[in-house]
Design a protein around this ligand. Structure first.
Ligand code: ATP
Ligand code: MG
Length: 179
């Protein structure tokens, strides 16, 4: 079985900029620069034939290249505790359309539909028990974060394996705009 998700890769310069703000919350697990990404569609554990189907459906997707701009910061909570901090993505209809096409492709390939609303973001750190004051300060310091827009010229099917020091992502396939 292989754990898969669709996402967008970030350029090196942007990764470095995010690495520079990946500090200041004690006991946070900062995402390694090479692992920073925007999830478009989590697939989960599938076998080889299912992976082939999914990649085959995804390969038929056509889209126009579009801009993505990271902007602002936010957090997710679980059980009343901050579980992750992230950078936001400016609303972009072409991004939402691409994610809808990937969702449809996954369903055509036999995957159960995603029930959750799409909230594009770049997770910067995961937390088990970060100090609330430090989390607040990090969010305050990064609400005005705004990156130079970049153009999405492909999306990526990643595999995710759990290593000694956290998850490790590998770009299994890249899908260009022409399908
Ligand atoms: P770890 O689980 O070890 O903390 P991770 O969450 O980065 O690491 P995965 O669980 O393989 O690694 O997740 C890959 C990507 O898919 C991440 O962006 C993660 O936030 C997202 N993701 C994981 N599970 C789900 C889910 N059930 N629904 C939506 N997105 C998910
Ligand atoms: Mg996870």
């Amino acid at each position: 079985m292989i754990r898969l998700f669709f996402g967008l890769e970030l350029l090196g310069e942007l990764r470095m900029r995010i690495a520079a703000i990946s500090a200041g919350i004690d006991r946070a697990r900062w995402v390694a620069p090479e692992n920073l990404h925007i999830t478009l569609r989590f697939v989960g554990e599938v076998d080889e034939p299912a992976m082939e189907y999914i990649a085959g459906e995804a390969a038929a997707i056509r889209f126009e290249p579009f801009p993505v701009t990271l902007s602002g910061a936010g957090h997710f909570e679980r059980g009343g505790r901050v579980s992750a901090v992230w950078l936001g993505v400016e609303p972009e209809p072409a991004l939402a359309r691409l994610r809808d096409r990937i969702e449809a492709a996954a369903v055509r390939a036999g995957q159960p539909p995603e029930g959750r609303k799409f909230r594009p973001h770049v997770t910067v750190a995961r937390l088990n028990r970060g100090r609330p004051g430090e989390v607040r300060d990090w969010l305050a310091a990064n609400t005005l974060f705004r990156a130079v827009p970049f153009t999405v010229a492909h999306f990526t099917l990643f595999s995710s394996t759990l290593g000694r020091s956290g998850s490790n992502y590998i770009a299994e396939c890249r899908f260009p705009p022409e399908g």
